[in-house]
Structures are given as C-alpha cells and as structure tokens.
Design a protein around this ligand. Sequence first.
Ligand code: FNR
Length: 383
Amino acid sequence: MPIITTVEDLRRIYARRVPRMFYDYCESGSWTEQTFRDNVSDFADIRLRQRVAVDMEGRSTATKMIGQDVAMPVALAPVGLTGMQSADGEIKAARAAEKFGVPFTLSTMSICSIEDVAAHTTKPFWFQLYVMRDEEFVAGILQRAKDAGCSALVLTLDLQILGQRHRDVKNGLSAPPKLTLPTLMNLSTKWGWGLEMLGTKRRQFGNIVGHAKGVSDVSSLSDWTAEQFDPRLDWDKVRRLKEQWGGKLILKGILDAEDARRAADVGADAIIVSNHGGRQLDGALSSIRALPSIVRAVGDRVEIHVDGGIRTGQDVLKALALGAKGTYIGRAFVYGLGAMGEAGVTKVLEVMHKELDTTMALCGRKSVDSLDRDILLVPEDFE
Ligand code: FNR
C-alpha cells in the first residue's frame, strides 16, 4: 500500500479500483465542465498571509454547524449512488463521519436506505431531499427521516431540471445503471470491486424502491426517476416543506444573493452556497467566488455553508475566512471511500484536519471561529 498523505493520493487509487463508469460519474461536471474546473482552481487564486511569533498552544478546529458540535466544520455532502463506489458505501461513510465528529448527509438517491444507515450508526445524521412530484412519497420519506432521528433536512433546490454530464450518457450510466455489454465488460475488469459488491445484502435504492408508487424493484426505478423531479418547485413549496419537516432546515444550491435573501426570508437555519459541484448549470460562478456577495447580503440573517471544489484543509480555511460557518466535501470523501472504504473516508478527514490545523496556525490563528478575511490575499477581480 502506498503512503497516503493527500486526498489526491486517494483519488488516484480510487481511479484504479472502481469501474470507469462510476469514477466518471463522480469525476465529471455538466457540459463543458467549466464550473466543475473553476470550483477547484478558484481556490488556488486565493493566497494566505503568513504570521509569526503568535502563541499557538491549545488551538482547536472544533465549532458548531446549525448549533451541533463538530470536530471541524467539514460535513459530508449528499452524494447519490455512494453505495456503488463501495459496497454499503453510505454506511461506511456515515460511520467514518460519526467517529470523526462531523455530520454525514444521506442523499435521496442513495443505495442504502435511511433505515439501513440508522441501524448501523449511533448518532443522528442529516437527510437530503430532492423534491418529487409524488407528494405522498415526499411526506413518507420525511416521516421516515424523522423516525430515524435525522437531525436536519438538507433541501436541494438546484436540481429540478437535470443537468447533463456527457460522460454519463456515453457510459450508459443511469439510476439504476443498465447492464449493457460494454458496461458488463467494464465492470468485469474490476475484480476487487465486483467481489465486494457481491457481498452486499442491502436493498438497492432503498429510499425509493418499495416506498414509491409503482416502484417495487430496481428495474422499475429509472422511469420513475426520469419523471419525478418536480420542476414546479418554488418558494411557496419550500415554505410548505419547512412546515411539514418541522426541524432544522438547510437550503442547498444557493448561488445568487437575491436567492439567498429569499432563503433567509423563508427562515432556513442555514444555506449552502453551491452549484452542485459543477454538475448543473455549467458556466455558473464557482462557489468560492459566489460566497462573498452572499455573505454580504445575508451573513447577519442566516448561517452560511459552502461546497464545491474543496479538496484540502486549506480550501476549508479559505471558505471559512470568507465568511462561511461550515463546508461540505463531496468528491473528496468519495475518493477515500472508493479507494479504501470506511478507512479511506477517515483518512480524508484526518488529512484535511491536519491541513486545516497547520494552516490556521501558520496564519496566526488559534480557532476556526477567529478566521476572517484578514488572513487572505484575495485577487481584486474576485467578486
Ligand atoms: C453530488 N451532489 C449531490 N447533491 C445532492 O443534493 N444530492 C445528491 O444526490 C447528489 N449527488 C451527487 C453525486 C456525485 C457523484 C457528486 C460528485 C455530487 C452534489 C454534492 O452534494 C455537492 O454539492 C458537491 O459534490 C460539492 O462539490 P465537490 O466537493 O464534489 O467538489
């Protein structure tokens, strides 16, 4: 086993271990992938101010996100098909997050169900909802999330119309994946992955199969998925869902200050500045560039989180210094999971924690809550 010191090391192992179609599903953006690339590269444009001779004894990355204690403000983002990257992937990622002390968010489009994850963890996790046309299904899944003790609802607002990733179309990837000859050939080259998958006993797409009208097995899922994302989602509906849920609410997919004001008007507990990891509107601003104007618009009214392009603890520090109270990682944790299962997700969290802690100290700060723009050198054209 090679010595792993970065998240990028894990990405390389992941790329070798998992079938190409699942790697591509993760490591791609919509259309030209401009926003997907910008999400990462715009972080590199921000430089740090080195400070010296500041006592750094007793520093800490611990803080709170929506009032909940976190060992560092880095949550695992909702990622669909996580259980295809590693058998029982959602359970493995949730367990790694819980042991580390950071939130895990389960996607509507997960392989393991809410109940599967709840049965294998001891602390509450967060549940992410895609709003579907079938209101009975939505009411049912919210109830299931409440029954499982989920402590926040992450409501995704930027995927009522599906963006297109060319690589997925070319690979024939759908939910569920279709087993065509090229797909089977591709899968059969990855023995380790295949053997591991054979061992899983979970019901696939357990949040939906057996719970949505007309979806009794995985083969009936793809038609349902294609027609169910509800394009009529509007702010009234968001308000109704907030009432229906009744608990902590995080609105995900805000990229514009005007929308951020609306989200604050709704009374959300937090918003996630996000472009869905560059998987929806190609050409949209990177998340880190969008963040400052949103902080100016609503920073005093709602807690602001951000995701998109975060691959290192330095990226986390930059986001916090620009006014975010919390961050999320999507692809970064999938790299670890696909490379080494639960231990890989733990490794990602350890690497990022060390990077965050060391960078914070070398910038002369002792706590994540004390990070501000003063430690950054931001390009003039940044916002
Ligand atoms: C996602 N994302 C996502 N978001 C969501 O609300 N529900 C979902 O089911 C998914 N599924 C999903 C699958 C994959 C493979 C990826 C990469 C992303 C978006 C995700 O929550 C998050 O916004 C981005 O992943 C953040 O960008 P980075 O960290 O991946 O650069």
